[in-house]
Design a protein around this ligand. Structure first.
Ligand code: LMR
Length: 382
């Protein structure tokens, strides 16, 4: 009797879940795995995902300290189940049945470091985690956050290729924080609400490779007057330096974790909506692309669908400002070098390895990664 009443009350309470606003009985559930869940990004990201519509099972994986995070997050009121998985022996179980895997694992930068300075540590972490994904959830959509994203996404692609499960549509580098920053900074200049405007950000996710297309702000500024070229240059610099601004403000305590988690959760939610069949889900993402000849990966606006990236909008064919056009050309060599470095690390084809080595030799002696150059802080020697 008590049990029956309890069941009825629960059924009513669950009819519309206040945490998500989605009628529980209509909710197609997805299993989402977070790899690196006990870290600075992983913890707030796990919290946000616990309250994200369409998440039915949340699998939190890390090499240590994840049991406490999982217990903590599990008390947040939504009916997503939460399980913690610790260490490589439990990685397979964490990934089994995952529809979406979000990877923030790795070390963050300290002041004076570029994202590329994280390569030596994070490249191996991403390689091993993606290799496990290939084995245990080969059909999952992967969201790669671990820096340097410009290289870790190509690494992931090579690993998936080697294991015979590469589907470019399902591999996405998360550059959404650049979009968030562009919206916030542009909205200040325009006197608009950041939630009411959109700014596509293309290229990659480091220094000069980050290119917000501020000439393409939508809707057009209410005054009808577009941003001036000077405003575009200033805002571009601010967006490019957003990560470094946080790294410097944290003064050795890491990089952006909260805004990164917010961006990654928004991005993951978009992927889940698309997997569930919602239409017109668009995001900017760093994906396999032919938007720019000679760059096999490039961030642009894409439309997501049930199987990942469904359409790549490429670059706008008109309306770019002269500054944007010239920055677009300038970013190519750095992005190309980061892609080649990733491919070579993951043991891509021999020709690619030779070309990467040649380019590294040619680049030797020139300034390092533009993350640091842009901030005026000298680069830490490797
Ligand atoms: C960011 O953009 O904040 C992240 O990529 C972290 C970093 O190192 O800047």
């Amino acid at each position: 009797m008590v049990t029956d009443n309890l069941r009825r009350v629960r059924a009513l309470a669950n009819h519309v879940d206040p945490a998500r606003g989605v009628p529980a009985h209509h909710r197609p559930g997805f299993t989402v795995a977070v790899l690196g869940a006990a870290g600075g990004i992983g913890q707030p990201l796990s919290l946000l995902l616990k309250r994200t519509a369409l998440v039915e099972h949340l699998h939190l994986y890390d090499i240590a300290n994840v049991a406490g995070v999982a217990a903590d997050v599990s008390h947040v009121n939504s009916d997503a189940t939460v399980r913690g998985f610790t260490g490589p022996a439990q990685l397979g179980a964490a990934l089994a049945g995952a529809h979406l895997v979000v990877i923030p694992a790795g070390i963050p930068r300290k002041p004076g470091m570029s994202r590329d300075d994280l390569f030596n540590v994070n490249a191996g972490i991403v390689r091993d985690l993606v290799s496990a994904c290939a084995k245990h959830c080969p059909k999952a959509v992967l969201n790669i956050i671990s820096n340097p994203v410009n290289s870790t996404v190509p690494i992931a692609a090579e690993v998936l290729k080697k294991q015979g499960v590469y589907d470019p549509k399902r591999l996405l580098g998360v550059t959404h924080l650049d979009v968030m920053r562009a919206r916030v900074f542009a909205s200040e200049a325009l006197g608009a609400d950041p939630n009411d405007i959109d700014v596509p950000v293309v290229g990659g996710h480091a220094g000069v490779t980050i290119l917000p297309l501020l000439s393409q702000v939508t809707p057009a500024p209410p005054s009808g007057a577009p941003l001036t070229e000077t405003q575009i240059e200033h805002l571009t610099e601010r967006v490019r330096n957003g990560g470094t601004e946080v790294v410097n403000a944290k003064a050795g305590a890491g990089s952006a974790t909260l805004s990164m988690a917010a961006a990654a959760a928004e991005f993951a939610a978009a992927c889940l909506r698309a997997l569930a069949g919602h239409r017109n889900v668009t995001v900017c993402a760093y994906v396999a692309s032919d938007a720019v000849k000679s760059l096999p990966f490039f961030a642009t606006k894409v439309r997501l669908g049930r199987s990942g990236v469904e359409h790549n909008y490429g670059l706008p064919t008109r309306g770019l400002s002269p500054f944007e056009k010239s920055e677009l050309e300038k970013l190519v060599p750095e992005l190309r070098a980061s892609i080649d470095k990733g491919v070579a690390f993951a043991g891509g084809d021999e020709a690619h390895r030779r070309r990467a080595a040649q380019q590294r030799r040619a680049a030797a002696g020139t300034a390092g990664n533009s993350d640091v150059r842009a901030s005026g802080v000298s680069q830490i020697p490797a």
